[in-house]
Design a protein around this ligand. Structure first.
Ligand code: C2E
Ligand code: CA
Length: 409
């Protein structure tokens, strides 16, 4: 493969086209070999190669780079979407069960990582490294495929340095929670608050969670951030209740949290520590997270729901929900992705989209929250459409706990 790769890199360097490398790893192939024998393993590989070939276009190159690992080179692509489309085709080719000889039908799946030259990688070795990292990311996030994206860090910090500082910030309690109020659109009362974390760095100032959460997820620091956020949010919630200001607090979760040991037990323990009633806590889980490993997610969400905490689907509209699964998720609230709310003021079709989401939520007996409400026009449109709750700059940005207390007054 390396010769083909360096030839392609040479020719690609002369033009404006990109080159994509897709790395594919067959999940649990070793188990197939061990449980069904090497003959069956070989037959499965032959079927995989047949399916991969079927997903290729003319000119694409397929290589076997390990026992159960393959690489596909896509020369001359104009845009990353072409590589994403190819990865989508490859992952779909694994949807049909594989039947070899007398064995039971097997659900064989693959982890797929994509990297682009010269877009993110500047050499052959770097391209292979990035595609492999993306494949690991796909496997751990249980997505069908991942495109390698560089982690952006503030200043000139290297990702390793950034991770070290973030770890230190968590243990030194240098992170802080801000709270954004959520308003009932019919009464205009504050019914809840969303806890959003902030990191004030000694030299780089305030770093947004949008910058450090992805790195925290990649390095596993996210689980410490989540237990810190839960702890701080519930401590605050308990203090507000004692001060006669009961308010439901929402905490954001990441896909990795649900994979962590016994997550519902952590929730129960933290609620007990701060003597907070489960109905005072809402967990926000993004639509994309909910749709990964659906059966397992449904199981965890059912346990959380039995505990009595509220569950909200965050950033709804940004992923590809299966309505069938949505129906089985024991959720209470659906939060419309803020981009849809922004666009609503610009076009009728976006208004129709938001209306559809609100009606969909109500048809499943869920409350609907709009986030990113920045203007009174947006607020009026949402009231007209029967949206239940809203949050956004128009009402209040996320603020420190003391300021939120003044708003509650
Ligand atoms: P999110 O859950 O979608 O949170 C909403 C984001 O929209 C917040 O950004 C909030 O400050 C911002 N926002 C609120 N109203 C408006 C508005 O009217 N206009 C605009 N343009 N933006 C608005 P923030 O605080 O920077 O957080 C970004 C993301 O980081 C959050 O997105 C959430 O996914 C993640 N995050 C924040 N805190 C935590 C945490 O404790 N744990 C985890 N896992 N993720 C967190
Ligand atoms: Ca959220």
């Amino acid at each position: 493969m390396t010769t083909a790769l360096s030839d392609l890199i040479d020719s690609s360097a002369q033009g404006s086209l990109s080159l994509a490398l897709i790395c594919i790893d067959i999940n649990e192939f070793r188990e197939i070999n061990l449980s069904s024998g090497f003959d069956v393993g070989d037959a499965v590989l032959a079927e995989v190669v047949y399916r991969l070939r079927g997903a290729l276009r003319q000119g694409d190159l397929l290589f076997r780079i390990g026992d159960d690992e393959f690489a596909i080179l896509l020369p001359s692509i104009l845009h990353e979407d072409h590589a994403i489309l190819a990865a989508h085709k490859i992952s779909s080719s694994f949807e049909e069960l594989i039947i070899v000889r007398d064995s039971e039908p097997m659900d064989v799946r693959a982890s797929i990582g994509i990297a682009l030259y010269p877009d993110t990688a500047d050499s052959e070795g770097e391209l292979l490294r990035q595609a492999t990292i993306a494949r690991y990311r796909a496997k751990s996030s249980k997505s069908p495929f991942e495109l390698y994206k560089k982690v952006l860090t503030p200043g000139n910090m290297s990702p390793v340095e950034f991770a070290r500082e973030l770890r230190r910030a968590v243990s030194n309690n240098d992170l802080e929670l801000y709270f954004q109020p959520k308003y009932d659109l019919s009464t205009r009362a504050i019914t809840g608050v969303e806890a959003l974390c902030r990191w004030t760095h000694a030299t780089h100032g305030v770093i947004s969670p949008a910058e450090f959460i992805p790195l925290a997820e990649e390095t596993g620091i996210i689980t410490s951030i989540t237990s810190w956020a839960l702890n701080s949010a519930l401590r605050q919630c308990s203090e507000w209740r004692v001060n006669g200001k009961p308010v439901v607090v929402s905490v954001n979760l990441s896909a990795y949290d649900l994979d962590e040991g016994d997550f519902p037990e952590l929730i129960q323990r933290t609620l007990r520590t701060w003597r907070v009633n489960p109905s005072q806590l809402m967990l926000e889980i993004t639509e994309t997270t909910m749709m990964q490993d659906q059966q397992r997610t449904i199981g965890i969400l059912r346990r959380l729901s039995e505990i009595g905490v509220g569950l909200s689907i965050d950033d709804f509209g940004s992923g590809y929900s299966s309505l069938n699964y949505l129906q089985q998720m024991p959720v209470d609230d659906l939060k419309i992705e803020k981009d849809f709310v922004f666009k609503m003021e610009r076009s009728e079709s976006d208004i129709a989209l938001v209306r559809t989401v609100i009606d969909l939520g109500h048809s499943y007996n869920l409350t609907v929250t709009a986030e990113g409400v920045e203007t009174d026009t947006a607020e009026k449109l949402l009231v007209d459409m029967g949206c239940d709750f809203a949050q956004g700059q128009y009402f209040s940005p996320p603020v420190p706990a003391d300021d939120l207390e003044k708003l509650l007054d």
